[in-house]
Ligand binder design. Sequence first.
Ligand code: PLP
Length: 373
Amino acid sequence: MIKLSQPSISEEAISRVADILRSGQLVYGKECLDFERELAEFLGVRHALVVSSGTAALHVALLALGVGAGDAVIVPDFTFAATANIVEMTGARTVIVDVDPVTYNMDPTKLETLVESWDYPEHLKAIMPVLEFGNPSGIEKYREIADRHGLFLVEDAACAMGAHNSAGKIGTFGDFGCFSFHPRKTLTTGEGGLIVTSSDKYAEKADLLRNHGMKRTDQGMSFKMPGLNYRLTNFQAAIGRDFLSRLPSYLKKRFTLAKSYEIELGGLLEAGMILLPRIQEGHSCQTYMIKLQGNLCRNQLIDDMRAKGVETNLGAQSMSRLGLFTHVANSKQIFTVGADLFENGLALPLHEAMSIDDVRLVCSSLSEALMRR
Ligand SMILES: Cc1ncc(COP(=O)(O)O)c(C=O)c1O
């Protein structure tokens, strides 16, 4: 079976995890601190704080910025539910903006229109764009809109570890950048996440929030504020450190595979059966999702390809279609692009252990399955 995704855990990482397990030093400690230092260096950012998941990273970021009841936060329509869920979990309300059909990221023009016409009772506090599947598009425009309107920018860069544009790495444009280390991401620790910021003040707050509001002082533990336990473990950090050392070559491989998909799928594109995503330089290629055109039954296609040994799936959800986020602003907008991507998106296998021959096999099985429709 060619799997959608398959984390490459090296023998070195396994052996390092075993050493840490034998040492008994399991919870957040030196291995996590070393991992944070290496991540800050890799991203070129002042503060990198590891946490237990990408969801935890988003939660801590919003809490550190003071987002809560009476506030509203803007998220894209096409993403994983965690992006919008976490806004609601702070007590704030989720406001949705439709996405671009080729980059799958929040549409900057629609974002600007919504921000400029905001007249709802909630205080519009933050924009939380998703760099969907690792596409860096739009980040500078989101920053500019946030700055012009006095809003915070929190990057949901869950899928975008290693993504960049000419101005810098994704995750470093926002007041906070938040990453996921789930096994489907470009860097994994099993479960895990990362918060980055260049602000000393926000870093200090985030550090307290992820660890019971505690700070170790010469006098012992000092409790500064109410907090959570979102700590990563040392053995997870060991997996992450090994992954990080291999990440540049893994990202290159992912990019090459995505470009091979573009070539191999050219015929189906020309035949009008599918649309392809834009894969530009700096894309982390966490997922390669095409869009099916016309009335093709995606579930049947997924079953047919599975029978041929190829695992595929839908790409992400449409927040407006979930029916969970009921802010009045959401009922006044139309979310055609996000809904279309939700209903017709097809994620194809993409991970660093694949070969170009695997890509060809995926494409021929897709082609055969489509021709049977
Ligand atoms: C865009 C996005 N945001 C947030 C998350 C949540 O990350 P985690 O699963 O690590 O909590 C995910 C995970 O899939 C995601 O894709």
